[in-house]
Design a protein around this ligand. Structure first.
Ligand code: CA
Length: 367
């Protein structure tokens, strides 16, 4: 450092020190520190989802040296889980960690920022958000509610769900009371099921009491934690409804706009870090959890018949095209998403799909 710059820097430090000393008795915010309330839709420290939300909160606190100290409130601690969006929109809370398809009552467009039936995988969804115009549309959607959204977690491909009877044809969905949120639930309603949305913490009691006959939640790791195997027998795959669910943080727009550019970048980086870290954790833990479910708890693993998957695909297409007409922003999001999906399907044929198939060929590789 040149001498002149050093003197200038020392002078500035002196001013800052004097300012800090004069504000010792003032609240934290006057010293440039701020506590942010983050509500979540997850039970406290629930594996992957709750712990991921906590990790994001801690990352922000640490990355900003406590300038932004994020305090997490689990589902129901400050507001009920499904009130999280309104709490952030109104400023009761500063941010939430949740799944944006829970807010489809505000705009159907929110479904596309978690997962839609037969939509994008985790990798494809990130590609759309970060490089395909998705984030810009999310910003436009969120601006209408005073919220800035960022991706902050992913579950990967989810399981089809837990059933007390075999699913051999579409007929088996008729009258079935099943917990399935988002557009997946709407698709099942079209084929005759009675689909409901329940927050995670309410699923097990509903299943146990018979209020619902079946449920989806996430995948082996999370489903094992809730203990669904204690009351249901069949565990179906794959989950058509959530091929790579993005979890998100929503930040009150006034709070977001009040951040310095540096803090905006730090918060964005922390969200991206958790987006990736959580996805890796689900991929790492699901395999072991599936073994435990099958071998320790006697869960029967079943694949949905192709005929059922195809019929659900047809119903999904109808629901998606109807949803596109619900409002202007949903139409814009739908078009961007569907255009990107076509491109993703094209590239995947030569990349992931082709490689996965090749890897399954019967060659000798290890013992
Ligand atoms: Ca789910």
């Amino acid at each position: 450092m040149k001498r002149r710059e050093f003197i200038k820097g020392a002078a500035l430090t002196g001013v800052a020190t004097a300012a800090a000393a004069s504000s010792l008795a003032k609240p934290a915010i006057a010293q440039g520190k701020r506590e942010l309330k983050m509500v979540t839709t997850w039970p406290k420290n629930f594996p992957g989802l709750g712990t991921g939300a906590q990790r994001f909160a801690d990352r922000v606190t640490n990355a900003t040296d406590g300038r932004l100290t994020v305090k997490l409130y689990a589902a129901g601690e400050l507001v009920p889980p499904f009130e999280s969006f309104s709490a952030v929109s109104s400023g009761t809370a500063d941010m939430y960690h949740g799944a944006d398809y829970y807010w489809q009552g505000k705009s159907k467009a929110y479904n596309f920022f978690t997962a839609v039936p037969y939509g994008l995988t985790a990798n494809e969804n990130d590609a759309w958000l970060m490089h395909g115009g998705g984030q810009e549309l999310w910003d436009e959607l969120g601006a209408g509610f005073g919220i800035k959204h960022l991706p902050a977690g992913n579950t990967g491909v989810q399981m089809g769900g837990w059933f007390n009877k075999e699913i051999n044809s579409l007929e088996d969905f008729k009258g079935l009371k099943i917990r399935m949120p988002g557009l997946g639930g709407e698709v099942l309603r079209r084929i005759g099921a009675a689909a409901v949305t329940l927050p995670g913490g309410e699923i097990f009691p509903a299943l146990q009491s018979g209020a619902i006959d079946a449920t989806e939640w996430v995948g082996p790791w999370n489903d094992l934690a809730f203990g669904f195997y204690k009351v249901t027998k069949y565990y179906y795959w794959p989950g058509f409804h959530e091929p790579g669910s993005t979890l998100s943080v929503g930040i009150n727009k006034g709070v977001w706009d009040g951040f310095s550019k540096s803090d905006q970048d730090l918060v964005t980086s922390c969200a991206y870090a958790e987006n990736n870290y959580m996805y890796a954790e689900f991929n790492a833990r699901n395999g072991d959890a599936l073994d435990t479910l099958r071998n320790k708890h006697g869960v029967v693993l079943k694949q949905f018949p192709d005929e059922v998957m195809k019929a659900i695909g047809d119903a999904s297409g109808v629901v998606m095209s109807e949803v596109a007409k619900t409002d202007e922003i949903t139409g814009k999001v739908y078009k961007s998403f569907i255009d990107f999906r076509k491109k993703a399907l094209g590239w995947t044929s030569y990349a992931e799909r082709a490689y996965m198939q090749a890897r399954l060929l019967p060659f000798k590789y290890s013992d």
